[in-house]
Design a protein around this ligand. Structure first.
Ligand SMILES: Nc1ncnc2c1ncn2[C@@H]1O[C@H](COP(=O)(O)OP(=O)(O)OP(=O)(O)O)[C@@H](O)[C@H]1O
Ligand SMILES: Nc1ccn([C@@H]2O[C@H](COP(=O)(O)O)[C@@H](O)[C@H]2O)c(=O)n1
Length: 222
């Protein structure tokens, strides 16, 4: 008899540390890790490759038929592949970030990807998986035993993100981050914790303290 993996669901705004913290937590626990934003980014990448109008929901939806997507769940290295192309780095480019919210607001895209995330999470070859995104605690895995909203003040998130992108002006990085959150928050509420979701504010925590705090929430869960 096989047991389903334990799901740790993590949501939060851009730059809150969802990806880096979730990855570190997964490593510590020997769990898998699923970055759901990568799938929205990969579809946005494909839309740009095909030169389709990313503001046209029908054109975006039609891309789903040819969206041959895969992502690894190993926190120590996961490749994002679209139709045989390794797009792991390409999906992080600003040109992709600037159109991804338009892709993510199309309902057909969301339902297609939610189904995909549930399959990937159920099939993981580890005792558990940390799944991070915007709607994991509410839509993808609302019954997960551990559900966390990871947040931090906007100024702190902007500073952390611009430290990463030292060759870009801090104001530009901050403005892009805030604009993406505004657009995304019209589709999914990832700024307020749903019932039963634990809010973890990392504004005054360093990285390791944040990882410890997430692990403490997991360990305290009955
Ligand atoms: N508590 C923390 N203290 C200091 N730095 C942190 C902390 N948490 C995350 N970081 C750093 O903040 C940056 C943004 O984190 P990360 O990319 O994981 O955010 P994210 O929520 O996944 O963002 P996005 O949604 O835009 O992909 C990274 O450089 C990460 O190392
Ligand atoms: N569960 C999710 C995850 C992501 N999105 C959209 O994808 C964009 C990129 O996500 P990152 O986590 O890599 O920043 C994000 O801005 C959302 O538009 C989503 O809708 N739902």
């Amino acid at each position: 008899m096989s047991t389903l993996p334990v799901i740790v669901a993590v949501d939060g705004p851009a730059g809150s540390g969802k990806s880096s913290v979730s990855k570190a937590v997964a490593r510590r626990l020997g769990y898998g890790f699923l970055d759901t934003g990568a799938a929205y980014r990969a579809l946005a990448w494909l839309a740009l490759e095909r030169e389709i109008d990313t503001d046209d929901p029908d054109a975006v939806t039609s891309l789903l038929d040819e969206f041959d997507y895969s992502i690894g769940t190993d926190p120590d290295g996961y490749a994002v592949v679209v139709a045989g192309n390794d797009v792991t780095d390409a999906i992080r480019e600003p040109r992709v970030a600037s159109v991804v919210s338009a892709i993510a607001r199309v309902p057909e895209v969301r339902s297609h990807l939610v189904a995909l995330f549930r399959t990937v999470a159920a099939d993981v070859d580890s005792p558990g998986i940390v799944v991070e995104g915007r709607d994991i605690t509410t839509v993808v895995a609302p019954d997960a035993p551990v559900r966390i909203l990871l947040t931090a003040d906007e100024a702190v998130r902007m500073a952390r993100r611009s430290a990463e992108l030292s060759d870009h002006a801090a104001e530009t990085v901050g403005a892009h981050l805030a604009a993406r959150d505004r657009a995304d928050a019209r589709v999914v509420d990832f700024l307020n914790a749903a019932d039963g979701v634990t809010t973890l504010d990392s504004t005054h925590l360093n990285f390791d303290e944040t990882v410890d705090a997430v692990i403490a929430v997991i360990e305290e869960t009955p």
